[in-house]
Write a protein of this length. Sequence first.
Length: 365
Amino acid sequence: MTKATVPSKKRSALTTTVFMKRMMAVSGLVFLFFVLFHAYGNTHYFEGEIAYDHYAYFLRELLVPILPFSGFLWILRVALLVCLAAHAGSAFHLWIRNKKARGNDAYAVKKSNADYFASRYAMRTMRWGGVILLLFLVWHILQFTTLHLTPGGHYEHGRAYMNMYYGFQLWWVWLIYAVALAALCLHVWHGVWSALQTLGAIRGNVIPFIGGEEEKSEREPLKVLGRLRDGEIVPADGPRITCQCLRVPVLYGHTAAVLVRFGREPASVDELIALLRDFRGVPQELGLPSAPKQFIHYLEAEDRPQPALDAQCEEGMAISIGRLRRDPLFGWKFVGLSHNTLRGAAGGAVLCAELLASRGYLTKK
């Protein structure tokens, strides 16, 4: 058998989905803290013209004489602009990547009407809410920073109170800010939760449901073990599989507690462990670039595998198994772990493409 020579493309960590999601989370939290500080500062408006103008002047003289007059504000503006570019750029790049990954076929997952509405609602409010906020930000800067837009009166630099007063004399200006505020609340409502999940800050909760995951876990293996008949997949009759899926606050790694009954009873635990460690699939025999050298790693420690310690095994492409022992009801039980975004998604797809290329199914045009 000839060894495949499929060239592997080097990928930068800065272009990975995980990095972009983290960049969106961090930049989003920066914007959240800025909005809270900005809203607090604007409450000085209710103290009168002198207090509000003094607050605006105070921001311009921060860190003077270390920085020039308004220097701190310009540093803040540049930092916020960088965060905006990172946030919006990552969001757009992830949207394009997801769209290309789906292609023309939508992966059908059965959801209740409420779940479907909630997921679509969150997705659309984040997308269009972000566009609305971006357009509003341009309007807000032109109105109160550069003073190129002056609805309601004659704006002047240094008169923040009167500029604010003039700005809200027209009903349609109120409408613009009301729509922007609604978009901001919806964006923050969903964005903060997503950011905390991405950064691994949400702890102490387990959700005993993942839409479509249990049905997929029970049926898809039977398709893999099945056969083709007249161009259609005929699922295998067995083994019978049942599962319960829980959503836990772990960023990388899918962990499974498995109970299994074999048709032929193994002689011992050592025999099973040897079979796991010695297993070599076609990707290992061909030496494909993305294939792990050892597909299954058995871990002897009683507290392994763990997502934080073992999900990145062989660059996230290997399977980790531990705690193999007899079970009084089913026969045997163990804990398995795989990387959800590498072995279970992008990396697995690349490995499949490498296998197809090595077998001659993919050729250059």
